[in-house]
Design a protein around this ligand. Structure first.
Ligand code: NCD
Ligand code: ZN
Length: 344
């Protein structure tokens, strides 16, 4: 049996670092394993300009471990007030690798998001022209739409038309959670891709709701029924390059998760790569981990693949029950679970 597993150093194509003191915990947790990360811009206030992205990038780099070559890939947060010029500036900045569309109210810190995804076509046109990927939180927000249907309705109502009208625009369907999202990606060319989180690969809504409510498995888009989980698993296991690693690691303090109105987000960074490795091994597909984790993402983003490696060791390892992040206590996703792999 394989006792070590060495692969090209991976990147995380969807990550929340937060800000301030929390960076002391979140940046090392990611930079120890990943070379690059697409850094989500949903701070308060959100990262809506190049200047805000530049200073946030410096705050992140200041917390990277010594000798680390970690590179944060910054993202512009789209609002109703975003201008074409801001997108042109983002392209010229050399530090911005995507523009994130949060439908207003869809998730954590999305209040300044876009009120009508069909109302910002000039911005999509400019993104296409500047070759900046559009990163989508693909859910509608209307209260009358059932939360389990919000991804599919977003595809039908907005995404299909955006895809048709801007054929050269690179689009990432972030944290895909439904068979509908998987099929949408599969039915287009390589310019449409999706990130896949460990929780949407390894869990379905029973893991959230059956036998008691489990706030640490609550994230957005919410876990769906098992048939959707299976569609995501099959897409990833098939080796389709349009599906790649994006943890969506999103820390919230323990008391904000274990609350009457708990926050959405799973802090998966402390165990991310061993978690994905465990999933691939459970499906006899360990040989497909490297392309999912280390090749398909940079290929889509038109960046070089990393040239150094990381090593996993086959040794039982229990995910810590708590993690201290900038003076706050977090419960890592899958805390207390024993995995067959740990980082060397
Ligand atoms: C994310 C967060 O907390 O910032 N939460 C989550 O459940 N995934 C936001 C997001 O990506 O939706
Ligand atoms: Zn996210």
């Amino acid at each position: 049996m394989t006792t070590t597993l060495t692969l090209t150093r991976p990147d995380d194509w969807h990550l929340h670092f937060r800000d301030g003191d929390q960076l002391r915990g979140t940046v090392p947790a990611t930079a120890q394993v990943f070379r690059r990360a697409i850094v989500m811009p949903n701070l308060t206030p959100p990262i809506t300009t190049v200047a805000l992205a530049q200073s946030y990038r410096q705050r992140i780099l200041a917390q990277a471990p010594d000798q680390s070559l970690f590179e944060p890939l910054m993202v512009l947060y789209l609002t109703d007030a975003t201008t074409r010029q801001q997108i042109i500036d983002a392209a010229a900045s050399g530090i911005i690798y995507g523009a994130k569309l949060y439908p207003a109210g869809a998730t954590t810190n999305s209040d300044s998001g876009v009120s009508d995804p069909a109302g910002i076509y000039p911005l999509y046109e400019e993104l296409e022209k500047q070759n900046i990927p559009l990163l989508l939180h693909g859910e509608v927000t209307e209260s009358e739409i059932d939360i389990f249907d919000r991804e599919k309705v977003f595809i039908d109502r907005y995404l299909a038309d955006i895809r048709n009208r801007f054929p050269a625009l690179r689009i990432v369907f972030e944290h895909v959670t439904t068979a509908d999202g998987v099929q949408f990606v599969q039915s287009h060319d390589r310019l449409t891709a999706a990130t896949v989180t460990p929780q949407h690969l390894m869990m379905n809504r029973n893991d959230l709701l059956a036998g008691g409510i489990r706030p640490h498995n609550y994230c957005l888009p919410v876990l769906k029924r098992r048939e959707h989980q299976l569609a995501i698993q099959q897409a990833v296991l098939s080796g389709d390059p349009r599906f790649f690693l994006g943890t969506d690691s999103a820390p919230h303090a323990q008391n904000k998760k274990e609350a009457a109105c708990g926050c959405a987000g799973c802090y998966s960074a402390p165990a991310a790569l061993p978690l994905y490795a465990t999933f691939f091994e459970q499906h006899q597909a360990l040989d497909r981990l490297e392309s999912f984790a280390s090749f398909f993402g940079p290929d889509f983003y038109q960046l070089p693949r990393n040239s150094d490696t990381v090593t996993l060791i086959r040794e039982n390892w229990t995910i810590p029950s708590h993690a201290e992040v900038g003076g706050l206590t977090m419960v890592p996703w899958q805390a207390g679970v024993e995995l067959p792999w740990r980082m060397a």
